[in-house]
Design a binder for this molecule. Sequence first.
Ligand code: SAM
Length: 315
Amino acid sequence: MEAPRTDEDIRDVNTRYHDVAADSYDAKWGIDFGEPGRAQVLMKLRKVLDKETLAAGFERSLEIGAGTGYFSLNLLQAGTIRNATCTDISPGMLATLRANAERLGLDVETVATGAEELPFADASFDLVLGHAILHHIPDLAKAFAEFHRVLKPGGMVVFAGEPSRYGDRLARVPKRGAAAVAPLWRRAIGARAAGSVPYANRNGNGNGHDPHAEDHALERFVDIHAFAPGDLAAAARGAGFADVTVRGEELVANWFGWTNRVLEATAVPEDVPWGWRQYAYRGYLALQQLDQRLLEGRLPAAMFYNLLIAARKPA
Ligand SMILES: C[S@@+](CC[C@H](N)C(=O)[O-])C[C@H]1O[C@@H](n2cnc3c(N)ncnc32)[C@H](O)[C@@H]1O
């Protein structure tokens, strides 16, 4: 498939890809709406918001690219936000979000919209937030202008999980290493190579054809930016935000996570043992703590894999 050329093409590819990904998204990315998920989301917010702001919480929040609800549904449960509006360009993701909210007994408003034209009145929200979304948006300046417009004076914008340009380059090292040792790893755990088993034999649909294969091929076109910390700060300041904070998170944890993810992607999923998945999950959490305690305050934000930004609309 040809790479998308225009901003409209990029939005279209994002919508199609995420519509297809919606059903399996939470399982694929290990998204959790219990205590572990809440702890992860709050840990991220603590890195860019002061204690008082976080303790006071936010009355009306607007999430951009909310996906299946990872941030808003966890923050509603934590009491950090009290009335949540969740937006996404993909109606499929919002359908999964609504199902998650219903299962958790949470009330949310969902609106399918791109980030660059928000169908909300000026000064409607106390918080505009998002996770792993800014790098999908073609016109970031326009999107930040919209975040500023819909926020009340004194309101805050918070985004986490944005890929850092340099951190992304560093992460290629473990990714390549993992790809090189993958055959040995599969032999060690007794897993078959992904693709070696016909799709029909795995899902029983009988025709050997993966109905989502074409949309999976879109995956490499949906991420369009990786940021230097200054890029994010400039986008926020350019829209009129003040008190801008940009931080980096996850270095060693990320290397570990990517190594395991690349290894796992080379195997038939059903063949990866439960014990291995536990090791990968617990190891990641332990290394996240190490990053947070030893590295995040000492090394430049640009070195980390993820960037977080918080800023305030002047009162
Ligand atoms: C990587 S997912 C993150 C989802 C969710 N925030 C999470 O952390 O699990 C990115 C989300 O952004 C949405 N998205 C992509 N481009 C968008 C755009 N231009 N405007 C609004 N949402 C967009 C996608 O549909 C997808 O749900």
